[in-house]
Design a protein around this ligand. Structure first.
Ligand SMILES: C/C(=C\COP(=O)(O)O)CCC[C@H](C)CCC[C@H](C)CCCC(C)C
Ligand SMILES: Nc1ccn([C@@H]2O[C@H](COP(=O)(O)OP(=O)(O)O)[C@@H](O)[C@H]2O)c(=O)n1
Length: 306
C-alpha cells in the first residue's frame, strides 16, 4: 500500500475517530488499532448483541493475516539496525575526535528517540504493531543493563552514551530514557498527541537544553546554578517546535486531526511546564529523563484528553 493510499485510509479513519470523539455514533468496522470499540452497533430489538467473532478477533490482533506480521517483523529489524548504526556512527566520530564526547552523547539522546518515533508509521495497523516497535527500546534496555553491570563490554556503547565512560552510568539516564520510549510506544503509540509531545520534550527539548546551555549558559538560573537561562529558553522554544513538527508529521499521515491554533497554545503550556521541571535542582533525586517526559505526559493528557 503506497504512503498516499495509507495516508488516505488513515485520513478516513482519523475523520471517523474525530467524529467519534464528538460523540456522534459513527458505525465503523472493528479497526485493528482500536479493538475495544467505544461505538456499539445498533442491534435489532430483542436480538442478542454479539461481539466480534473469533476470526475477526484474530484478524484484528494479527492485522490482515501474515502480511501485518511480516511487515512488523521487518520494521522491527530495520529500526533495530538503525539503532545500532546510530550508536556505532557516533562512537566512530568520537573515536576519531571529529566530535566531542559530550556533544556525541547529546546528539544520540536527541536523535534516538525522535527517529524511533518517526519510524512508527512503517509498522502495520495491527494491534500487535506497538509491541513489535517496543522490542527496539527493550532490546537496547537489555543492552544497557548487560553492559551497565559489566556482564559484557560494548566500548562503543559506553563511549557514545556515558559522560565519563563509566559503564554504571548506563543504568541511569540512558536506561530511564529507553524505558520511557517503551512506555510511550505501548501506552500512547501513534494515535495520541500525549506520547508524541512527551518524547519530543524528553529527546528534543532536554537534549537541546544541554547543548545550548553548555555553550552559551553564562547566565545561571537564580534557583539552580547548574542550569542557565540559555539552556531553559532553548528547551522551551525547541520543545515547542519539535513537538509541533512531530504532531504535524503524524497528523499528515492521518493518525489524528488537531485544531492547530489550540494545539500550539497547549504545546506551549506543556513545554513551559516541562522546562520549569527540567530547570529544578532535583536531578540528584529524579533524573530529567523521568521528570521531563512524565510532567509532559500529565500536562498533555490533561490538555488533549487522550
Ligand atoms: C544518550 C541517551 C540517553 C542519556 O540521556 P542523558 O543522561 O544524557 O539525559 C540515549 C540512549 C540511547 C540508547 C542507547 C539507544 C536507543 C535506540 C532507540 C530505542 C531506537 C533508535 C532507532 C532509530 C531508527 C535510530
Ligand atoms: N536548562 C539547562 C539544562 C542544561 N544546561 C547545561 O547542560 C549541562 C547538562 O545538563 P543536565 O545535567 O540536565 O544533563 P542531562 O541530565 O540532560 O544529561 C548542565 O550542566 C548545564 O551546563 C543548562 O545550562 N541549562
Amino acid at each position: 500500500m503506497s504512503l498516499s493510499s495509507l495516508a488516505i485510509s488513515n485520513h478516513h479513519r482519523a475523520s471517523i475517530s474525530a467524529l467519534r470523539r464528538r460523540h456522534l455514533a459513527v458505525p465503523r468496522p472493528p479497526s485493528p488499532d482500536h479493538f475495544s470499540s467505544s461505538v456499539h452497533f445498533p442491534t435489532a430489538v430483542g436480538a442478542k448483541p454479539h461481539g466480534p467473532s473469533r476470526k475477526s478477533l484474530r484478524r484484528c490482533i494479527l492485522g490482515s493475516g501474515g502480511g501485518a506480521l511480516a511487515q512488523d517483523a521487518g520494521a522491527t529489524a530495520a529500526v533495530l539496525a538503525g539503532a545500532y548504526s546510530l550508536v556505532f556512527t557516533f562512537d566512530k566520530l568520537t573515536q576519531r575526535n571529529l566530535i566531542q564526547q559530550s556533544l556525541s552523547r547529546k546528539l544520540v539522546h536527541i536523535l534516538s528517540g525522535l527517529l524511533f518515533m518517526a519510524s512508527w508509521p512503517i509498522f502495520s495497523n495491527s494491534m500487535a504493531a506497538r509491541y513489535f516497535a517496543s522490542l527496539v527500546p527493550l532490546t537496547n534496555c537489555l543492552r544497557l543493563v548487560v553492559n551497565g553491570f559489566s556482564l559484557a563490554t560494548d566500548e562503543g556503547l559506553v563511549k557514545s552514551v556515558t559522560r565519563e565512560g563509566n559503564p554504571q552510568e548506563l543504568l541511569r539516564g540512558p536506561l530511564y530514557y529507553v524505558l520511557i520510549l517503551i512506555l510511550c510506544a505501548i501506552v500512547y503509540w501513534r494515535e495520541s498527541p500525549t506520547g508524541v509531545i512527551s518524547l519530543a520534550m524528553m529527546c528534543g527539548g532536554d537534549g537541546i537544553a544541554d547543548i545550548i546551555g553548555r555553550r552559551f549558559g553564562s547566565q545561571k538560573l537564580p534557583y539552580n546554578r547548574k542550569k542557565s537561562w540559555a539552556g531553559s529558553v532553548s528547551m522551551f522554544i525547541c520543545g515547542c517546535v519539535i513537538s509541533m513538527g512531530m504532531l504535524h508529521y503524524f497528523s499528515s499521515l492521518g493518525y489524528f486531526q488537531l485544531d492547530w491554533t489550540m494545539t500550539l497554545q497547549r504545546v506551549a503550556l506543556i513545554s513551559l511546564v516541562a522546562t520549569v521541571v527540567e530547570s529544578l535542582p532535583i536531578t540528584e533525586v529524579l533524573d530529567d529523563n523521568i521528570s521531563v517526559p512524565l510532567s509532559s505526559m500529565l500536562m498533555a493528557f490533561w490538555s488533549f484528553g487522550y
